[in-house]
Ligand binder design. Structure first.
Ligand code: ADP
Length: 494
């Protein structure tokens, strides 16, 4: 039988290298790249934000898509589509241009207020419906529309309501991948009208209603043919406890037969110490001297003293409650005297900015803190650190622990979600452990695990073996992409 080649329309509100706030952007680039390499016809649709430079990324107008009318309720919006390729690949990306909604300084949050843009419902209804209109005008019938997170969570709902009788999509199936259940896109009930949806679909306990609000994510969970999330452990957590499911556990559990956990891969073209142009010095697992040179250079850049016997702990993170830094605050005075230094790169909620700022002021010889978004520095921290800290309250997959493995940087993590699926504690598994883990979300447990890690660093031979084990693992996308192909086949059988 000839191999089935799928036509996949991949919808994502952020895509590396064009736009990024978190891991979704990495996935939305790397997975399509892998699927394209495997011979599938995959195209991405994403908004054209202000920061996406037409010249740098060679965006071109698409004549046929210069003016597309998208009707939402009684309003008609005229969007234009530009097209480019993910650099050095043949993966085509369609950018939805609609300056009123997307030509803004940031993706979701108004930098003036620090809160979400108050028209995010309109922005992402337009995005979701626009995706369907683009496919129609191109006469390109996707087998699968692969939606990601709440921003495209209403695509399945549109297909099963407004486009129900449209023969163009008769054979199209939908997959919704949830990268974080904590972000749901819940809006006042009037949103139904904004989205051009029939008002009668909203009532208490309706598939689209969640605590009196219209929910993009819940709509996706209810209407997508298949739902996936980004690790097996997280798939289990979100449907069994409301804390992890953020109130959607029972809705997710209702879909248990169609809910799959697929661990993200990592893009080893971008995150690879032998190929990485963003780091001070390239290195390989057979030459960890190169790693040490990176550490030296980074410490110098950050104004910290270099001492080969003092381990460096790196943090790169969105600064949000999810990431567990409130635990660190409680034990700051206990870890500061330990034999370690810490470099933090993060951006997000003010409380955590204040926390790390205060840590650096109090212990300037121990902490170097960078409160912005800086991709180059992120690569340099991965390459330079001995340990990488992720004390997450919850973590759907987590990419940085896998990036860390590539660079011989040993993860210290709370065992939750994808962190539990990827990091094995070396004290519990001396032969095949790959990092340091703790279970209970308690600050004394975090202190304990940091102490264990720092002590382990002292026994240099065992530490080298631990690094080597991490570096020899394969987290490339191939395996995960094959799982997605199975999922597409399952969706098409429905
Ligand atoms: P999440 O998606 O919850 O933010 P992940 O670990 O899945 O967490 O992915 C985070 C991605 O964002 C990683 O690629 C990480 O390097 C990057 N990142 C996070 N914060 C920053 C920052 N301040 N500067 C540069 N990169 C960052």
């Amino acid at each position: 039988m000839p191999k089935k080649v799928y036509k996949i329309l991949f919808a994502s509100s952020e895509v590396v290298p064009f736009s990024k706030t978190g891991g979704l952007a990495d996935v939305a680039s790397a997975l399509p790249k892998q699927l394209k390499q495997m011979g599938h016809d995959i195209r991405i649709v994403t908004p054209k934000y202000r920061a996406i430079n037409d010249v740098k990324y060679r965006l071109r107008e698409v004549i046929r898509l210069k003016e597309i009318s998208v009707k939402l309720g009684d309003k008609t919006h005229h969007i234009a589509i530009k097209s480019a390729f993910i650099p050095d690949t043949k993966v085509q990306v369609y950018f939805i241009e609609y300056p009123k909604y997307y030509d803004r300084e940031s993706l979701y949050v108004d930098p003036d207020t620090g809160t979400d843009y108050d028209d995010n419902d309109l922005r992402f209804f337009l995005f979701s419906k626009g995706i369907l209109e683009i496919a129609k005008i191109l006469s390109w019938k996707p087998d699968i529309i692969h939606c990601n997170d709440w921003q495209s969570g209403v695509v399945p709902l549109y297909l099963k309501t407004l486009f129900k009788d449209d023969p163009f999509f008769a054979a199209t199936k939908t997959v919704l991948s949830i990268h974080n259940v904590g972000y749901q896109g819940n809006f006042p009930p009037e949103a139904v009208v904004n989205g051009g949806l029939p008002p009668k679909i909203f009532y208490p306990s309706a598939p689209v209603e969640f605590h009196g609000k219209f929910s993009f994510l819940k709509s996706g969970i209810k209407y997508a043919d298949i739902v996936t999330t980004v690790s097996e452990k997280y798939a289990e957590e979100i449907q069994t406890t409301d804390e992890y499911g953020f109130g959607l556990a029972s809705d997710l559990h209702d879909r248990t037969d169609d809910l799959y956990g697929i661990l993200n891969g990592i893009d080893v073209d971008i995150w690879h110490p032998e190929k990485d142009d963003l780091i001070h010095q390239k290195f390989s697992k057979d030459d960890l001297e190169g790693k040490e040179a990176n550490k030296k250079a980074l410490l110098e850049r950050c104004g910290l003293e270099y001492n080969p016997d003092v381990p460096l702990i790196g943090i790169i993170s969105r600064l949000a409650a999810q990431k567990g830094f409130d635990l660190l605050e409680e034990i700051l005075d206990d870890i500061a005297p330990l034999n370690m230094q810490m470099i933090v790169l993060g951006h997000g909620d003010k409380v955590y900015h204040d926390l790390f700022e205060a840590a650096m002021q109090k212990y300037p010889n121990k902490f170097s803190v960078h409160l912005n978004f800086n991709n180059q520095l992120a690569h340099q921290i991965e390459a330079s650190s001995d340990f990488f800290l992720m004390p997450s309250r919850y973590e759907p997959c987590g990419l940085n622990q896998m990036y860390s493995f590539m660079y011989g940087t040993v993860p210290i993590v709370r065992s939750t979600g994808g962190l539990a699926d990827t990091v094995k504690d070396v004290d519990e598994n001396p032969q095949n452990g790959t990092g340091f883990t703790f279970e209970k979300y308690k600050s004394d447990k975090l202190l304990d695990v940091i102490q264990r890690a720092v002590n382990f660093y002292g026994g240099r031979k065992a530490f080298r073996a631990l690094q080597a084990r991490g570096m020899s693992q394969d987290f490339s996308w191939k395996r995960s992409a094959l799982c997605y192909l199975d999922i597409y086949a399952k969706a098409l059988e429905k």
